[in-house]
Design a protein around this ligand. Structure first.
Ligand code: PEP
Ligand code: MG
Length: 587
């Protein structure tokens, strides 16, 4: 692609709908590890001062280390410190980051890592191995300054009122779900990445933030320059760089149209989700953090169908430890109180695969992390950690209805061990005279094909089921949900997938056990009628999708769609299935 032609477009995988227009902010990997926000104009010089102070502190630290060196210390040690002192006083480190703060309004940490990444990339290209090695020294000096900066955290709020902030488009090679947590504190307009798939957890968080996003751009991000104007079409998966004024105008109009449509939908907030023939449907929310309950309540969610509790852990690992029982309890209690008597389904820790506990340190020994020690498998190998979480969830159940949901179960012994541990956690709480709901319902995620093919095991032992279509599709079709190279094979309408979902819904109905769908299929309006026709009565999705799905429910007469649904479930030919699903939408 020729950069000189100015305007050009990139094509990727649309993961979060809508139109975003803004300027590119390029994120290097290291920049993702620090907090980043834009500093309002009037505070820029304070931020510059904060970085200058940190640089001066490190300068003094290095001088103290140097003068405290014992006389018999190896000569290289002194030389090593000399190099660091030189690096620190080089304008590339002592002045350029200050310019970045002044020009781009980045906070000090972000400005520093941006500059260090830039320098590291330049050093990579040097042929002389000795000079190339200096890249590590620059990194170490940067670490020292960052440590001081962290100790003098900026007084600025994480979210600032600067208007331009809302126009920031994040451009990155990859963003992990843990990184996305950092972004939650920043109201940016959209993001584009080279890697990622439709249902990677990064994409899921983007949808929950309700910001347009396109992933899987191959190496597209390298063609974007800092501050380029960008349009993201999150519906079509198209990214336009440096759009012409005419194109920009067209997208602004589409953006306004979408805002108007959303406004219209917001009238449905308090309308109960009931089909034309009078069947009530549960519209629940998927959340990552307790504060998301506010948005869930705003759109009239009937409860939380999936609280991905691992996000409490991903966020906290930056503090160097896992959240304690009391800290977890407080988060779960906060959620259940915020939902005002509506049930909150808390899923136990689903760590592993694309959500490693330690950011940027995925388990390199596991060749197939999605098939590895993930979710309940991990929890059963860490009984103390699991019991801590179970006690915290149980304690919160004294404050409102909580349902306990277990991810990635496949084997009978896993179910038995899990239920035993729930009993153990209850016994511990009884002993310490803590209150909890003795009857707390315990349910299983049905997201491994083996589980969907051995439902009697589950309906007998569990109180409810929740279909995780994201993983169910991943494992049924053998495609890594984060791998953009196989993203085109990710097909919710594959007959095998529909069969497994259909049999799960029927098995639940037969056994009198509630079944929900909490994977991304539940929030896709193209599939609402199909799921209703299959007998689904509980949907759980991002709060941002609830109103649109509710509108579909309100326009559906179950008696008119059952024959067509049966036809779809009997079909194997993809064209027949796609056409029939389209027709179903028009009935
Ligand atoms: C799923 O697999 O569909 C699901 C809801 O869980 P997660 O996306 O967190 O794996
Ligand atoms: Mg899952």
């Amino acid at each position: 692609m020729d950069k000189a032609t100015s305007s050009f477009s990139l094509h990727g995988i649309p993961v979060s709908r809508g139109i975003a227009i803004g300027r590119a902010h390029i994120f290097a990997p290291a920049a993702l590890d620090v907090r980043h926000y834009l500093v309002p104009e009037q505070q820029v010089e304070n931020e510059v001062q904060r970085l200058q102070d940190a640089l001066a502190t490190v300068q003094r630290e290095l001088q103290t280390i140097w003068s405290d060196l014992p006389p018999d210390a190896p000569a290289e040690l002194g030389a090593f410190i000399d190099v660091h002192v030189l690096i620190l006083s080089d304008p590339m480190i002592s002045e350029m980051p200050l310019e970045i703060i002044r020009k781009r309004h980045y906070n000090a940490e972000w400005a520093l890592v941006t500059q260090i990444d830039e320098l590291s990339a330049q050093f990579e290209e040097i042929e002389d191995p000795y000079l190339r090695e200096r890249k590590n020294d620059i990194g170490q000096v940067g670490e020292r300054v960052l440590k001081v900066l962290t100790g003098t955290a900026s007084k600025l709020p994480a979210v600032d009122a600067d208007e331009s902030y809302a126009q920031m488009i994040v451009v990155a090679h990859d963003v992990s779900p843990a990184d996305m947590l950092q972004f939650r504190h920043s109201a940016f307009a959209g993001f584009i990445t080279d890697l990622g798939g439709q249902n990677s957890h990064t994409a899921i968080v983007a949808r929950s933030l309700d910001i347009p996003a396109v992933v899987g751009l191959a190496n597209g991000s390298s063609l974007v320059l800092q501050d380029d104007w960008i349009v993201i079409d999150g519906d079509a998966g198209v990214v336009i760089i440096d759009p012409s004024p005419l194109v920009l105008q067209q997208y602004r109009e589409r953006q306004q149209l979408l805002v108007r449509e959303r406004k219209k939908l917001s009238r449905l907030r308090k309308t109960p989700a009931i089909t034309i023939d009078g069947t009530p449907i549960d519209m629940m929310a998927n959340i990552e953090l307790p504060e998301d309950c506010a948005t869930a309540m705003e759109v009239g969610a009937t409860g939380v169908g999936l609280f991905r509790s691992e996000f409490l852990f991903l966020g906290r690992i930056h503090a160097g430890r896992l959240p304690t029982e009391d800290e977890q309890f407080e988060s779960y209690r906060q959620a259940v109180v915020a939902m005002k008597g509506r049930p909150v389904t808390i899923r136990t820790l689903d760590i592993g695969a694309d959500k490693p506990l330690h950011p940027h340190h995925s388990d390199e020994t596991a060749l197939n992390p999605a098939l590895g020690l993930r979710a309940i498998r991990y929890c059963l190998t860490e009984p103390q950690m699991f019991l801590t979480q179970l006690r915290a969830i149980l304690r919160a159940s004294a404050y409102g209805p909580i349902h306990l949901l277990i991810p990635m179960l496949a084997h009978a012994f896993e179910i038995d061990q899990t239920l035993l541990m729930v009993e153990q956690a209850k016994a511990q709480l009884r002993q310490s005279k803590r209150k909890f709901d003795e009857q707390i319902p315990v349910g299983a995620m049905i997201e491994i094909p083996a589980a969907a093919l051995s439902l009697p095991l589950f309906v007998k032992r569990m109180d409810f089921l929740s279909v995780g279509t994201n993983d169910l599709i991943q494992y049924t079709l053998a495609i890594d949900r984060v791998d953009h190279e196989v993203a085109h094979l990710y097909n919710p309408l594959h007959p095998a997938v529909l069969h497994l979902i259909g049999t799960t819904i029927s098995a639940g109905a037969k056994a009198g056990k509630p079944v929900a769908v909490c994977g991304e299929m539940a929030g896709d309006i193209r599939l609402t009628r199909l799921l209703l026709g299959m007998g689904l009565r509980q949907f759980s999705m991002h709060p941002g999708q609830i109103l649109a799905v509710k509108q579909e429910v309100l326009n559906t007469d179950l008696s008119l769609i059952s024959a067509q649904t049966r036809k779809i479930l009997r079909a194997y030919d993809p064209d027949t299935i796609n056409e029939a699903v389209e027709q179903l939408r028009e009935m």
